[in-house]
Design a protein around this ligand. Structure first.
Ligand SMILES: [Zn+2]
Ligand SMILES: [Zn+2]
Length: 145
């Protein structure tokens, strides 16, 4: 009696697995990318070399140089342009291929330099407009990558 049940059970299992074998697998759902705003400032304090705090900075020409603490900021507060030069010794291409001002294609032949980033824009008009709201345009250019 017990063996019969076992045999029936195995037959049912076999039938079950053959009927589900042809099911197609759903593609795994991609999780939505996290919308974290990129920090486009200097990572290390130009005075101490330590990691900066995003709420400790001096500002000039619409650009911010960040420091690790108030003491380091105090050394540069009278000359924010020198702080910018120290924080951003060179500008590296951001790599955007869309002008953040106009939304048109930008091939990299016209760029603006902002906080150590060379940001591609489409034309001279957009170079001028960029400076009117530089941080927002830079964030847009970085986000479009
Ligand atoms: Zn410091
Ligand atoms: Zn343009």
């Amino acid at each position: 009696m017990r063996n019969l049940f076992l045999a029936l059970g195995l037959a049912a299992l076999a039938a079950c697995s053959s009927s589900t074998g042809s099911e197609t697998l759903e593609p795994a759902q991609e999780p939505a990318p996290a919308q974290t705003a990129a920090f486009l400032g200097n990572a290390n304090c130009p005075v101490s070399g330590n990691a900066v705090k995003q709420d400790v900075f001096v500002e000039a020409d619409g650009q911010k140089a960040y420091f690790c603490c108030g003491d380091c900021k105090a050394k540069h507060v009278d000359d924010p342009k020198a702080a910018l030069a120290a924080a951003y010794p060179e500008a590296k291409p951001l790599g955007n291929d869309t002008c953040p001002v106009s939304g048109e294609a930008a091939d990299g032949s016209k760029t603006v330099s902002w906080q150590g980033h060379e940001i591609a824009v489409c034309c001279g008009n957009c170079v001028g407009e960029f400076s009117n709201d530089a941080a927002a345009y830079a964030a847009k250019a970085a986000g479009a990558n």
